[in-house]
Design a protein around this ligand. Structure first.
Ligand SMILES: Cc1cc2nc3c(=O)[nH]c(=O)nc-3n(C[C@H](O)[C@H](O)[C@H](O)COP(=O)(O)O)c2cc1C
Length: 170
C-alpha cells in the first residue's frame, strides 16, 4: 500500500485540489444590510443539527463581505439550482454587481433569498467558531421555504473547481 500522507501532500495547492474532489452543492448566503443586499456564494454549506435546527457555512478570513454581512439581522440561505452556474460566479465576483438582475425576496427581518432557489432558509446567527483561516458560521434555521418545483429541481454541483449536475444511478 502506498504512503497516504507526506508533508508534500499538504501544500496548499495540492490540498485545495484534494478537497475539490469532494462534490458539494452551492448556496447563496445573503442579508440586507443598511437597505442593500450583501452576500456571497458558498460551497461549504452543510446541515449540522435537527434540534436545534442548525446549518453551517465556512467563510474565509480574507472575505471582505463577511464583516458587513454578519451585521444582518437574518440571513437567507438559498440552495442553488443546476442552471445557476453563471449566477454563482456573479455571487462570488465583484461586490457592486453581485445581485444585479437577480430575482430576490427580502424578508421582513432582512433575509435575502433567490426566487429560483431549490430551498430557501431564513436563519439567525447562532455562533461563530474560529477554524484556521476560516470562521465556521453556525446559523439557526428559523424558517424553510421549499420552492414549488423544489422537490423536482436539480442542484448545482461544485466539483474540482467546476460546475456539474447530479446524476442519479437509481
Ligand atoms: C463555487 C464557489 C464556492 C465558494 N465557496 C466559498 C465558501 O464556502 N467560503 C468562502 O469563504 N468563500 C467561498 N467562495 C468565494 C466567495 O463567494 C467570494 O468570492 C469570496 O468571499 C470573496 O468575496 P468577498 O471578499 O466579497 O467576501 C466560493 C466561490 C465559488 C465560485
Amino acid at each position: 500500500m502506498s504512503n497516504l500522507t507526506t508533508n508534500q501532500d499538504l501544500d496548499p495547492v495540492a490540498l485545495r485540489r484534494a478537497f475539490g474532489v469532494f462534490p458539494t452543492g452551492v448556496v447563496a448566503l445573503a442579508a440586507e444590510v443598511e437597505g442593500v443586499p450583501v452576500g456571497l456564494a458558498a460551497s461549504s454549506f452543510t446541515s449540522v443539527s435537527i434540534d436545534p435546527p442548525l446549518v453551517s457555512v465556512s467563510v474565509a478570513h480574507t472575505s471582505k463581505t463577511w464583516p458587513d454581512l454578519r451585521r444582518g439581522r437574518h440571513f437567507g440561505v438559498t440552495v442553488l439550482a443546476d442552471h445557476h452556474g453563471t449566477v454563482c460566479r456573479q455571487l462570488s465576483g465583484p461586490v457592486p454587481e453581485r445581485f444585479t438582475g437577480l430575482d430576490l425576496t427580502v424578508s421582513e427581518d432582512g433575509a435575502v433569498t433567490l426566487d429560483e432557489g431549490l430551498v430557501r432558509f431564513s436563519c439567525s446567527l447562532y455562533r461563530e467558531v474560529e477554524a484556521g483561516d476560516h470562521v465556521i458560521v453556525l446559523l439557526k434555521v428559523e424558517s424553510v421555504d421549499q420552492a414549488e418545483l423544489g422537490g423536482e429541481g436539480h442542484p448545482l454541483v461544485f466539483h474540482r473547481s467546476g460546475f456539474g449536475r447530479l446524476e442519479r444511478s437509481a
